[in-house]
Design a protein around this ligand. Sequence first.
Ligand code: CA
Ligand code: CA
Length: 433
Amino acid sequence: MVKRSTAAVLILSSLILASCSQQGPTAVGSQTTAARPSHVVQVRVPAGTTREQVEATYGAPALMFDAQEGYAVLGLSAAQARGSGLRAQNLAETPESNLGAFSASAIATMQGRTMWIKGDFSLWTAEGRTMWIKGQYDLIPENNLNFQIIRLEQAHTLAPKLGQGIKVAVIDTGVDVDHPALAGSLAPAGEWRDFYAGDTNPDEEGVLGEGGYGHGTGVAGIVLQIAPKATILPLRVLGPDGSGDVLHVAQAIDWAVARGAQVINLSLGSEERSAIVQDAIKRATEKNNVLVVASAGNENRPAISYPAHDMASGGAGERSLSVGSVNTAGLKSPFSNYSSNLEMVALGENVYTPGPDGMLVSWSGTSMATPMAAGGLALALSQGIDVPLKDLTKKMAEKSYDLYNNGMNAPYKDKLGKKGLMNLEAFLKDVLK
Ligand SMILES: [Ca+2]
Ligand SMILES: [Ca+2]
């Protein structure tokens, strides 16, 4: 199980995970086949209506349906989205293009090497959840500087429950469910889901160095480096190329809420606002008190991706946090999107984390900064907070380091968060009981 072969170092070229449309895969041997319609649209459902009635009314399958909440999401063909073949055309909302609308927010892979060559793996097992023996950051020493900057050691002293009892949903490419670094940290298998393929096993699929393979494992591994006793709920919505559908992202958010996730990590984004995904986030945050973090995206644009885009203000601003990336000098990462509605940044360059097949890999992207925030929120929640839950994400942003002193980051003034870089010690001192 523990791989001790000679460390094969694999240098992989940088790549951008572009969002692109794709044909739906056929789920082999799975319980259900993933629904991958061309378009989706949300409709209101009057009280007492059944799913069958909705489907009969529109002549389209209701792929999400909740009569209590009063909504259904219909899967439409391209022709139906254009206005033919749908029985009821008085749609309140415009059909959204479904396929491949979201993509993982990691610009770069990484060096990959076999993990655990130093024999430290026992620290990752179910029995030994404490990451940092003797206060030294020596399990993945490449991360030491990153973690010193965000004050992780002090955070672990302040929040010794280390995320215990907090379920963090990682909605992503799946995870390597057999990785020794995740052993004992995953939610019960009955709660796992692969929305992309339509089965119950969210194991990563793909080839290391291609597309999004390993992205979700890396994200989960970062959450656990910050909050070593948190529980990861792996939900797969992104395919091997790192892109995924509106429908699956929305379904996964609802699923995470129903399975008791307290934090949802979305290291993914889209240039288009999805009303369906926004509504799912609203149900999570406003109705169910779940905290949602999302990445700003990696196109070096003066605008951040959706759903992060809508997390700064209004009702959608509470219990949510948009996260961009800076380097260890506090300067904007070359890839990170930036905007006056970006709330905070963390460290997203060359972050080392578990990869599929027992590997250790390094990634760069706002995708890597985001789970640092998710882990920090899990630390706070496990320890018990002294502020209203709705204010917790705002506090995290407020207690971050100022990144604009002395003209620093001048071209991006107030666009890497009002303050800037996550500081877990200052955050926890402010919010813990
Ligand atoms: Ca699967
Ligand atoms: Ca917010």
